[in-house]
Design a protein around this ligand. Structure first.
Ligand SMILES: Nc1nc2c(c(=O)[nH]1)N[C@H]1C(S)=C(S)[C@@H](COP(=O)(O)OP(=O)(O)OC[C@H]3O[C@@H](n4cnc5c(=O)[nH]c(N)nc54)[C@H](O)[C@@H]3O)O[C@H]1N2
Ligand SMILES: Nc1nc2c(c(=O)[nH]1)N[C@H]1C(S)=C(S)[C@@H](COP(=O)(O)OP(=O)(O)OC[C@H]3O[C@@H](n4cnc5c(=O)[nH]c(N)nc54)[C@H](O)[C@@H]3O)O[C@H]1N2
Ligand SMILES: [Mo]
Length: 764
């Protein structure tokens, strides 16, 4: 399968490649964010908008899920948060005349960058079967189309309802309620492609699929491992937290195939030393690991910890904790002692000296936090890798005490909250029982489809209606060509969106675009101005209130769209749900959440306290582990060493500094030295030489998988880069075409977007 590069994509003459940077942020970040904001919003609107990001009475930054510190700076936003805000608060508009001018085929040929730049969607639009254009429809007509198509299905399981992690708690709660009243658990979400491996591993081992630290724990840690994460770009506010931790004496080890700028050194523009001086050196030790080598690294640490304990009994391992709170230690320890050094060195690509040096840091630290993101979650063996991180922390009692713990750093600003609200294809019985009791119905029990299974089901005609609450499914999902065919095979696709994207262009036989308010906008309902709530990466729940005038008078809030859709689509003899009341006053929704979901008791009152409230986390709060054994579970994990055939490379697909997932803000990746181009492939210079390629030579990237299908991403320019031998990197979503649908992580079923076997061919 070959796929043409979109016409206005670069990979062309304008691309410039310079040396990568060794530090993040500082003054260039401030100027870059202001330039971007001014271009989208104008100067006055920029200042008003940016000053209310993450303030106690303002809106939650739609950027990432990093928590806000208790005491906030005047401007608690970062360069990339500012870009996320500008992207939504843009003054550009995509209205009916735009759709009259551009047939679907034209839109489908455009790049994500071009589509995103067209602006905010203003009107509900409908593409009737057989038409090559969207035309405006009324909201009532739109909901009637959804109702009609849902009713013609043979089973509610022929519909799937995707959620991207920006949806508020209130929207997510009414959405899953609607879907379950309809009779299915087909609730795939972006988590399936993101932190699902973390959720799977943590639920099994500690009993809750969420991280166990608060911001204060980072400040108090002796040692922080930042593994498989690029915070300088994706969680810039985390750099301030790491800086504070450093001020208080923490050591930091970064584990990453790439020397990411933000990890090495940080110039905080909110400090004089960050503006004028050299900033703070963040990383004390950088382990340049091979892709997928982390399981081996943590197994090696675990073996060394056990051996150090043998040498000096009672000094290394926390026996009291292990005895009182854990299960499976003996089996784990027997297995860990057998870890093969040869395998460790091969899998990690590190030297024994580097591993020993890191281990000295580990041994010297009483309180350890491990942070991670997509570098750990998007491999075949991601779940065992994260289990091994849990083993590592359990050994020394580093879970459930201050300054220590597990810190999976979430992506979308409310992805964690959406899961808490029941956006999950495998809901547990207790949740369904509570939901059914509250609303007087019997929720469906069989598990539904996750993201990958939804694509298979659409491809095979088993799912015929696809509804998306936000996101850009077609570009975010793996195996782009197959996913496009799957979506086009649907009878109806419905996108609830703020901005134009590829998922509007690659549509079912009928398609709807339902434009909604964004976080930054005032949400005026009949009971007055509404606020929504979100949960950050550390389980803090707080309010978010938009201030800006909506992008168009025709927009509805996500909550209103879902309530009206439910009201239109559900049969009238079902249990009575006051959809109109929910839509009028979100407090009514929160009252129900309070009765269904543990930890939300007295929700409306508590969330109005300054800063919101913390959800309970039994392992963190009381060292209670609600697992099947009632204890924290050590696990035994077969070591997976990713071996690649001769002449092949392992490709990871990553974010540039100028994108938010499938939203492309611009064509630069400043920290990695890339300007005005995205079709670049970062390769070790020796691998380039071994392949007989010159730096800068255009190549096709061809992925090889056991299904025998040849997947090709054409015309990438090679960049000699400090990545480990045998490992290369390129940006997503351009490379999603290479990720085979059936190449997923064991257990979590997450696409293996960080380890794809590829060969390079001189471009045709
Ligand atoms: N500005 C901005 N912010 C964002 C996003 C965005 O696109 N733009 N996306 C949001 C979302 S949804 C998410 S999930 C997060 C993503 O945040 P990240 O996970 O930081 O994002 P990626 O670009 O996928 O970077 C993965 C990092 O892991 C490293 N890595 C890859 N494979 C391995 C491995 O096998 N081992 C180790 N140790 N490291 C590895 C890569 O070199 C890279 O540094 O960011 C969120 N925040
Ligand atoms: N190859 C590869 N693929 C990946 C990844 C990778 O690292 N490599 N990362 C994966 C990860 S971690 C994730 S989370 C997914 C992301 O997958 P998604 O969440 O599906 O994708 P986004 O690009 O974040 O979605 C952007 C769109 O969301 C809409 N939007 C923005 N704000 C709002 C809002 O407030 N409300 C509504 N209703 N719509 C809104 C806009 O229309 C915008 O175009 O991609 C995954 N795909
Ligand atoms: Mo994500």
């Amino acid at each position: 399968m070959a796929r043409k590069a979109p016409a206005e994509d670069p990979g062309d003459s304008r691309l410039r490649v310079g040396p990568p940077k060794d530090h993040a942020a500082g003054v260039p970040a401030v100027t870059s964010s202001l330039r971007h904001a001014h271009a989208q919003m104008g100067v006055r609107r920029s200042l008003l908008t940016l000053l209310s990001v993450n303030q106690k009475s303002g809106f939650d930054c739609p950027g990432c899920a990093w928590p806000e510190p208790g005491h906030r700076h005047r401007a608690e936003f970062c360069e990339n948060g500012a870009k996320a805000v500008a992207e939504e608060a843009t003054l550009r508009r995509v209205g009916p005349s735009f759709f009259a001018e551009h047939p679907l085929a034209d839109l489908a040929a455009r790049s994500d960058y071009w589509l995103g730049r067209q602006g905010r969607l203003t009107h509900p639009m409908y593409r009737p079967a057989g038409s090559d254009h969207y035309r405006p429809v009324s909201w009532d007509e739109a909901f009637a189309v959804v109702a009609r198509e849902l009713r013609t299905l043979d089973s509610p399981d022929e519909a799937a309802f995707y959620t991207s992690g920006r949806a508020s708690n209130e929207a997510a709660f009414v959405y899953q309620l609607f879907v379950r009243l309809l009779g299915t658990n087909n609730l795939p979400d972006c988590s399936n492609m993101c932190h699902e491996s973390s959720g799977s591993a943590l639920t099994e081992t500690i009993g809750i699929g969420k991280g166990s630290v608060r911001l204060e724990d980072l400040y108090e840690a002796d040692l922080i491992l930042v593994v498989g994460q690029n915070p300088g770009t994706n969680h810039p506010r985390m750099l301030s937290a790491l800086e504070t931790a450093k001020d208080r004496g923490a050591r930091i080890i970064s584990v990453n195939p790439l020397p990411e700028a933000g990890l090495l050194r940080f110039k905080n523009p909110q400090r004089p030393s960050g503006v004028l001086g050299g900033g703070t050196r963040l990383t004390d030790l950088f382990l340049q690991i091979r892709l997928g080598g982390d399981q081996a690294l943590f197994q090696a640490f675990n073996r060394m910890l056990l051996e150090a304990e043998d040498d000096a009994p009672g000094t290394v391992v926390d026996h009291d904790f292990i005895t009182a709170h854990t299960h499976g230690f003996e089996d784990f320890a027997d297995w860990a002692r057998k870890t093969s050094w040869d395998d460790v060195l091969e899998a990690t690509g590190l030297s024994a000296r580097e591993i020993r040096e890191a281990f000295q840091e580990v041994l010297a630290a009483e309180k350890i936090v491990v942070c991670w993101a997509m570098g750990l979650t998007q491999h075949r063996h991601s779940v065992p890798t994260i289990r091994e991180v849990v083993n590592f922390l359990l050994l020394r009692g580093n879970i459930g005490r201050p300054g220590a713990g597990l810190c999976p750093v979430r992506g979308h600003s409310n992805v964690q909250g959406d899961r808490t609200m029941g956006i999950y294809e495998k809901p547990d019985a207790a949740f369904l029982d509570a939901l059914g009791a509250e609303f007087g119905f019997e929720p469906p029990r069989p598990h539904g489809h996750d993201a990958v299974d939804t694509i298979r089901a659409m491809r095979d005609g088993r799912v015929r209606v696809f509804v998306a609450l936000g996101g850009n499914f077609v570009s975010a999902a793996p195996d782009t060509d197959l996913t496009e065919r799957a979506l086009r095979n649907c009878e109806l696709t419905v996108q609830i969106s703020t901005k134009l994207n590829r998922s509007h262009a690659v549509a079912g036989r009928q398609a709807l675009i339902l434009p909604c308010l964004g976080r930054t906008e005032a949400d005026l309902r009949s009971a007055g101005e509404q606020q929504v709530t979100v949960e950050d990466s550390m389980g803090m729940v707080h309010l978010s209130r938009g201030r800006l005038a909506p992008a168009s008078d025709s927009l509805l809030s996500e909550v209103a769209i879902i309530c009206r859709m439910a009201d239109a689509a559900l049969v009238s003899d079902g249990p009575p749900v006051p959809w109109a009341d929910f839509e009028a006053d979100y407090d009514r929704i929160r009252d129900r959440i309070a009765r269904v979901i543990p930890g939300f008791e007295d929700f409306n009152a508590r969330v109005r306290a300054p800063g919101g409230f913390a959800l309970p986390h039994p392992p963190r709060d009381e060292r209670r582990f609600p697992t099947r054994t009632g204890r924290a579970n050590f696990s035994v994990n077969q070591l997976d060493v990713l071996r690649v055939p001769a002449g092949r490379l392992l490709l990871q697909t990553i974010r540039s500094h100028d994108q938010y997932n499938t939203t492309i803000y611009g064509l630069d990746d400043r920290y990695r030295g890339i300007h005005q181009g995205r079709r670049v492939l970062f390769v070790h210079p020796d691998d380039l030489a071994a392949q007989g390629l010159a730096e800068g030579e255009p190549v096709d990237i061809v992925s090889e998988f056991s299904d025998g299908v040849e997947r090709r991403a054409p015309a990438f320019r090679t960049v000699a880069y400090p990545t480990p031998r045998g490992c290369c990197a390129a940006y997503f979503p351009e490379t999603n075409v290479l990720v085979p649908l059936d190449s997923t992580a064991d257990i979590s079923n997450t696409p293996t977007s960080k380890s794809i076997v590829v060969r390079l061919e001189a471009a045709r």
